[in-house]
Design a protein around this ligand. Structure first.
Ligand code: 2HA
Ligand code: ZN
Length: 303
């Protein structure tokens, strides 16, 4: 009847449509943006933006979806686009699905308009090409760093028996500043960061790798980073930023946050002391922390 229809309201949010009526008090979830993993992914983008790590289109985030998460999203998939070759191959990721930020898209806009700024891509059966199945609307593409992310997913998944699912790249200002001041070695960066905050050896006991300055976006930097990711959870990109990997959003965001905060403390201490440090956390102190917290430090970085 006309009266009932008039009382029914349609509330639109992105590509979500919710129907509400007097009879139906409970709101029915009807969109991909109500799927928890998509919500959590969007929240991480917003968190990174709020930290100041994603000026303009800086940074990118990818997540390798669990089979059940793919099924939760599948009702909202569109007719798949064309296969696009990546220039790199990860055989162990054939047939996987990834949430990804879009090339040239701004983290600042992700929560406001997910369908245009992020998307889901499927990997082909050879592990060498992607095609879009949701989002990245109106001709958008996965992040320019998708080859780097993909190679890093491949080696991190292999190194952790599939436990690692997140690769996150951000333009962390204090860490970038350090790459102008310290020698670009894993040893120099790991020691400086471990010594900058007591929690650091507990959060990244394996240390961090360092990639020298390279042109971003291509296969060369993807291969160089993924070589380091065989060993490290995090790789510094000189004069550019940081790549972090982890099993979930909390751990991976937490790693980025911990490393950048340690870098901030390092920069503050160096600036305040005009390069003169009176005392720091000693190697014996680092070993004592590791013993107390039950982690194994990368001995190569200790004297
Ligand atoms: O997405 O951060 O490294 C823009 C970049 C490239
Ligand atoms: Zn970047």
């Amino acid at each position: 009847p006309a009266g009932r229809a008039r009382r029914r309201r349609l509330v639109c949010r992105g590509d979500t449509v919710r129907k509400r009526s007097f009879k139906q008090k409970r709101v029915t979830a009807m969109g991909i943006l109500d799927v928890k993993i998509v919500r959590d992914y969007i929240r991480m983008c917003t968190d990174g933006w709020e930290q100041g790590w994603h000026e303009r289109n800086g940074g990118n985030l990818t997540y390798r979806m669990r089979p059940e998460e793919v099924e939760q999203c599948r009702p909202y998939f569109r007719t798949a686009g064309e296969w696009v070759s990546m220039g790199v191959t990860g055989k162990n990721l054939a047939g996987e699905y990834f949430l990804t930020t879009g090339s040239g898209k701004y983290f600042r806009n992700v929560a406001l308009d997910p369908a245009h700024n992020i998307g889901i891509v499927e990997i082909d059966s050879a592990g060498g090409a992607w095609r879009i199945v949701w989002g990245l609307e109106d001709g958008a593409k996965p992040t320019s760093e998708f080859p780097s992310h993909f190679m890093n997913h491949s080696v991190r998944a292999a190194a952790t028996e599939g436990v690692y699912r997140v690769i996150y790249h951000a333009h962390t200002p204090n860490l970038i500043a350090m790459t102008y001041v310290l020698p670009l070695t894993a040893r120099d960066f790991t020691r400086a960061l471990w010594q900058s905050a007591t929690e650091c050896p507990v959060v990244f006991p394996g240390g961090v790798g360092v990639v020298p300055w390279m042109v971003p976006g291509g296969a060369d930097i993807a291969i160089a980073t993924s070589e380091l990711m065989k060993q490290y959870d995090a790789a510094v990109w000189a004069h550019h930023g940081l790549f972090c990997s982890g099993p979930d959003f909390d751990t991976t965001f937490g790693l980025m946050h911990t490393i950048e905060k340690a870098a901030q403390i390092w920069v503050l201490a160096q600036s305040a002391g005009q390069g003169k440090i009176c005392q720091t956390i000693s190697d014996d102190n680092l070993r004592a922390i590791a013993g107390e917290f039950g982690v194994t430090l990368n001995e190569a970085f200790l004297d």
